[in-house]
Write a protein that binds this ligand. Structure first.
Ligand code: NAD
Length: 288
């Protein structure tokens, strides 16, 4: 039976480290990290994430300021807002809350954020640093997956890692992170599924990460004995939140498996705060 890989204890440990570092930096510099969230229009689902971000930041001594633009805001207004946050020396990091209204080009806005203030690690320059294996600000969910994998104590060198899902926020950056640890990394996606070869890839995975958004996509008997299974998927099935992996069957075979909810989720917001602290250090510590 697999060991349950819960996100909260790992998140708590990282949060403790962030909190201590924020306190000591405040003593040294008189300053605290400040995370600015830009929200355009209103959205019920992003309100939940906002609340979690506010609470987490507060507990760590990170100032969290929400700047709201009306739902009819233009692209130009939003761009001006980002430019002014880039110029503001009191702002350590910026996050653009998604989704945005249809007239707004979110990608263009993210690309406008100063790379050293990019709280979500999604600016092309920061993604490029991930490719080079020298990241400071990496995409939060990919970092959360890596933290979960590393918490098992596994040596990734030469291990078979299989990622299902090739999104820019999870699959692609995580594949580069795992490559930089010398895992033999395979990335599967929709075309792998359509070709009917997903099971054969998944079956060889010693480390399996699934980020698709389809409940029950990964059958329990595809999971290799002793594998580390990270289930990123979030699906609502009959009022219950489940992942992409058949948890019950997979946990009979895996060595470690994340629960959904309670696995990757609790770590993602923590990684946002870790990036905010890192951005603060880039701006305020001369040695960096
Ligand atoms: P996405 O929605 O942008 O892309 C889905 C990916 O799945 C694509 O790479 C696609 O090619 C692949 N795919 C689709 N059908 C497939 C199939 N039948 N076989 C193989 N691959 C297939 O991906 P995303 O934004 O990374 O989101 C994926 C899931 O992870 C969603 O459920 C999302 O809610 C969840 N998520 C969770 C967190 C968290 O913090 N827990 C964060 C981000 C995303």
């Amino acid at each position: 039976m697999a060991e349950l890989l819960k996100g909260k204890p790992i998140a708590d440990k990282i949060k403790e480290e962030i909190k201590n570092e924020v306190e000591s930096l405040k003593k040294d510099t008189g300053l605290s990290p400040r995370l600015m969230a830009l929200q355009i229009g209103e959205n019920a689902s992003s309100e939940v994430y906002l609340k979690a971000q506010v609470n987490t930041a507060q507990g760590l001594g990170i100032e969290y300021i929400l700047k709201r633009l009306p739902k009819e805001a233009t692209q130009k207004q939003a761009e001006e807002e980002i430019i002014s946050l880039n110029k503001d020396k009191s702002v350590s990091a910026v996050i653009l809350q998604l989704p945005v209204p249809p007239q707004i080009d979110a990608k263009k806005l993210v690309n406008l954020i100063e790379p050293a203030k990019d709280a979500e690690g999604m600016h092309p320059q920061n993604l490029g640093q991930v490719l080079l294996g020298k990241w400071k600000l990496a995409p939060c969910t990919a970092s959360a997956c890596l933290a979960l994998i590393e918490s098992t104590g596994v040596n990734l060198y030469g291990k078979e890692a299989v990622i299902v899902g090739h999104s820019e926020i999870v699959g692609k950056p995580l594949s580069l992170m795992l490559l930089s640890k010398f895992a033999t990394t395979t990335v599967c996606h929709i075309a792998t599924g359509e070709r009917g070869v997903l099971p054969e890839h998944v079956k060889k995975a010693e480390v399996l990460v699934v980020a698709v958004g389809k409940a029950g996509l990964i059958k329990g008997d595809w999971v290799k004995e002793g594998a580390i299974v990270i289930d990123v998927g979030i699906n609502k099935v009959a009022d219950k939140i489940v992942g992409d992996v058949d948890f019950e069957e997979a946990s009979k075979r895996a060595g470690f498996i994340t629960p959904v909810p309670g696995g990757v989720g609790p770590l993602t917001t923590t990684m946002l705060m870790k990036n905010t602290l890192e951005a603060f250090k880039i701006h305020n510590l001369k040695s960096r």
